[in-house]
Design a protein around this ligand. Structure first.
Ligand code: ATP
Ligand code: LTN
Length: 337
């Protein structure tokens, strides 16, 4: 009997902006899942520096943050031997594909993106065309790798739906070209909230540092930030509507300590919020300590980082160039040579 060829692994793509040190929200909502997919999928992960410049960045700081973010991905367990890990601006196909997709995306659809509305309200002095066009570059990132699955937090769902629409429309217009990507959103930790305003998403570019836990924060800082987290006046650790602060802390504790909400409620029955906040802070700090140690060691080995992002970019270019060649042919560009 003939042997059947092994089924081809499906592909995964995701990206994160080098706009600061990753928060606990980025980690629990997205990056923590990335290493877990490496054995079963062909994974490509990217530091999206070209997305970051849709908001004004200091060039020197962006360079530093991009390298730090690259090292953070590896420190979180992304393995460059198993995944393609690279920096977006090193791979020219992203911008090339974005242009073609721009010419196949409607202005009206882009105008409905809520992140654009939020960010233009936050930065009224700099509402640039790139900020408006950001979701098309994101679609290009994903479609260039023919990704089946995109692990992200819930705030990216709308952008992902747009990427799917763009792909579907292109396939209808020019014939089958792109894989239609599916979101991969961990329900329990899809949206970690700010510690100071628990109805708002925790964000690394928040100006109030007490609102987020950076995954490189030292243990005492982590505990202090949790101790000053905004809660409510009921003084009862239970998950319930209207208790946004406590619900958020319970979600975080559940994710890092592996306890169910029922177990947490039982463990803290009759105890005040002070004990609970300290327990959450300690669990988070202990969970993140190995990431911090690994990150420090990686930042001391710049040659390794350079070698790793160079290899990653070469592999990413080889994969995405195949898509660009196909797309250029379909839209009617004359091939060179
Ligand atoms: P910025 O503050 O610069 O807009 P950000 O902190 O929102 O950045 P991104 O780089 O835009 O983070 O997002 C990286 C990934 O982390 C995305 O998949 C996003 O959905 C996820 N993510 C961001 N914030 C959270 C959060 N609070 N909870 C869960 N997932 C999140
Ligand atoms: N838009 C995302 C970052 C991002 C991304 C991507 C995520 C850029 N390209 C491709 C998944 C796939 C954000 O702001 N969080």
């Amino acid at each position: 009997m003939e042997n059947q060829a092994p089924a081809k692994k499906k592909s995964v793509f995701s990206g994160i902006q080098p706009t600061g040190v990753f928060t606990l929200g980025n980690y629990l909502g997205a990056v923590k899942n990335w290493p877990q997919l490496q054995d079963d999928y062909r994974c490509t992960y990217c530091i999206v520096d070209m997305h970051a410049i849709t908001v004004r960045q200091d060039p020197k700081q962006l360079r530093q943050r991009s390298l730090e973010a690259y090292a953070l991905l590896l420190a979180c367990g992304v393995d460059p031997q198993k995944s393609n890990v690279f920096i977006q601006s090193h791979v020219k196909t992203h911008a090339e594909l974005a242009w073609v997709l721009n010419c196949n995306t409607s202005f009206g659809q882009l105008s409905r993106m809520t992140q654009f509305k939020d960010k233009s309200q936050k930065h009224p002095e700099d509402i640039n065309a790139g900020l408006f066009d950001y979701p098309v570059l994101m679609a290009a990132d994903i479609l260039a790798y023919q990704a089946d699955l995109v692990p992200v937090g819930i705030d990216q769902k709308q952008h992902l739906e747009l990427a799917r629409d763009i792909a579907q429309r292109f396939n209808t217009q020019y014939g089958n070209t792109f894989t239609i990507p599916e979101p991969y959103i961990p329900q329990a930790t899809a949206k970690i909230m700010s510690l100071q305003e628990p109805t708002k998403k925790m964000s690394k570019s928040d100006t109030n540092v007490k609102s987020f836990i950076s995954i490189l924060d030292e243990k005492d800082t982590v505990i202090k930030k949790f101790r000053s987290a905004v809660t409510d006046s009921e003084a009862c650790v239970r998950y319930a509507e209207g208790k946004d602060g406590i619900n958020n802390l319970m979600t975080i504790y559940q994710a890092v300590a592996g306890k169910s909400f029922e177990e947490i409620e039982k463990d803290f029955e009759g105890k005040g919020y002070g004990d609970f906040k300290t327990a959450v802070g300690e669990a988070v700090a202990d969970h993140l300590a190995p990431v911090r140690d690994k990150w420090k060691a990686l930042m001391d080995d710049k040659d390794y980082l350079k070698q790793s992002y160079t290899d990653g970019a070469q592999r990413a270019l080889a994969i995405s160039q195949r898509t660009i060649d196909k797309v250029y042919k379909k839209v009617g560009f004359i091939p060179l040579g």
